[in-house]
Design a protein around this ligand. Structure first.
Ligand SMILES: Cc1cc2nc3c(=O)[nH]c(=O)nc-3n(C[C@H](O)[C@H](O)[C@H](O)COP(=O)(O)OP(=O)(O)OC[C@H]3O[C@@H](n4cnc5c(N)ncnc54)[C@H](O)[C@@H]3O)c2cc1C
Length: 404
């Protein structure tokens, strides 16, 4: 049964917009409330994102495969070097995707946002910009959501409002975020000279513990990242970001360093890496969470947005299969979604935390031993780990073939 009131989604990030498109695909009414204005989204500094096959494929099920392939660059392998460009290891990822899946893709975050927002507009999914969700109240027949002073009534509320989620805070009280101890600069630069097509290049300087990566994102552009150990909240004087980034990048090879130098300060974003303690409760009654609001994880495996995409399609699948005629039926469908996602997200999060918190060896001998162990581990575990990581979610309503 199609409910009369919409499912309200708080947040128009990757998780919120995917959830909205997946619900609309099942003919369920949905409305999105986003705190940022359309102008703020359009003019945000650029950065890149990898959508592994476990996320590009479900987006293909939503009819976005052709647009993604046109906008993005495939990813077939990752290469990891020290700061003197000596290869530490390479990992092939493409052989381990399902034969019927879309490839893994690196894409500009703005391009992905444009694709998702354009699809919402075409499919009649309202996205209300500049409307912050400040709280909610569960009622006898659904939820009443506060969006900047207005009360919006809905069948259910999906908190897709990121690591500092307002919906999570009301649901579970203050959930302390964990600071990974690392900060990042990110930017996008024209030109792909010196890069290897379809292969992100990662670098790490053992002496300074500065790391970085550079990879093509389609449209003859490359995205770059720098990461280093820093206290939470530390910031440069406004306007000093580029100078700081250039200083950090001095220890890294020219293919990355030169791109940092060429990026203007206003196009550089600084982000501290925060994540959540694992918790199993993502919802209550007519309220649930997707993406970082439910399970923020370290960015080392590039799976945070991918898991948000998986959440969105599984949530819509559970609601489409549920009895939405009664509040009990809605709550049961939401709990079914949470149950179906728990083990998968827990595993991906565990892998990400392990990589992010692995001890960095301080001596040459320890580094040599760690290098050997890493290569041995990859030789044995690479296939199983990439197969499992890139596995798209199982749905009960059979998805259409991916658009190619
Ligand atoms: C350096 C770095 C690199 C990364 N690389 C990758 C990668 O390669 N691949 C990958 O999969 N993941 C990557 N991630 C992780 C990824 O960015 C996040 O996991 C992902 O953006 C989470 O999506 P989301 O929709 O859950 O939340 P968000 O992207 O945080 O979106 C939340 C949205 O909600 C809005 N919002 C917040 N509060 C409210 C409110 N109260 N009311 C209304 N709207 C609200 C926000 O404005 C925002 O639009 C990376 C992260 C970092 C920091």
């Amino acid at each position: 049964m199609v409910p009369r009131r919409p499912i309200v989604v708080a947040g128009a990030g990757v998780g919120g917009l995917t959830t909205a498109l997946a619900l609309a695909r099942h003919g369920l009414p949905v409305e999105v409330y986003e705190r940022r204005t359309a102008e703020e989204i359009r003019t945000a500094p650029g950065s890149g994102l990898t959508l592994w096959s476990n996320a590009s494929t479900p987006l293909g099920w939503l009819g976005l495969g052709g647009r993604l392939l046109a906008a993005a660059e495939r990813v077939v392998e990752i290469r990891n070097f020290d700061s003197r460009e000596r290869m530490r290891f390479a990992m092939r990822t493409h052989p381990y995707i399902r034969p019927d899946a879309l490839p893994s893709l690196s894409i500009g975050r703005m391009d992905l946002a444009d694709i998702l927002l354009a699809a919402c507009a075409e499919r009649g999914v309202p996205v209300h910009h500049g409307r912050r969700v400040t709280g909610y109240r569960q009622t006898a027949d659904g939820v009443e959501v506060q969006a900047d002073g207005d009360a919006v009534t809905g069948t259910a509320l999906v908190g897709a409002d990121g690591v500092r989620s307002t919906v999570l805070r009301q649901l579970r009280g203050d959930v302390p975020a964990i600071y990974l101890g690392r900060s990042t600069y990110r930017g996008v630069c024209a030109g792909t000279q010196g890069l290897v097509p379809e292969v992100p290049l990662l670098f790490h300087d053992e002496a300074t513990r500065v790391g970085g990566g550079v990879y093509p994102i389609g449209g003859d552009r490359a995205a770059w990242t720098l990461s280093w150990h820093a206290p939470a909240g530390e910031r440069e004087q406004p306007g000093g970001e580029r100078e700081h980034a250039v200083r950090l990048a001095r220890v890294l090879p020219p293919v990355l360093r030169d791109r940092v130098t060429r990026t203007p300060t206003e196009a550089i974003i600084r982000t501290d890496i925060w994540y959540h303690e694992w918790h199993e409760t993502w919802g209550d009654g007519a309220v649930t969470l997707v993406g970082d609001a439910a399970h923020a994880m370290p960015n080392d495996l590039g799976q945070g947005a991918c898991q948000a995409v998986e959440d969105g399609v599984v949530l819509a699948d559970a609601l489409a299969a549920g009895d939405l005629g009664t509040p009990a039926g809605v709550a049961a469908a939401l709990r079914d979604y949470e149950r179906r996602r728990r083990d998968r997200v827990k595993w991906v999060r565990q892998q990400s935390v392990q990589v992010a918190t692995a001890a960095e060896p301080r001596t040459a001998v320890a580094r040599w031993a760690m290098g050997k162990l890493t290569r041995l581990y990859l030789a044995v575990a690479e296939k199983g780990m990439w197969q499992r990581m890139q596995q798209p979610p199982e749905l009960t309503v059979q998805p259409a073939a991916v658009a190619s």
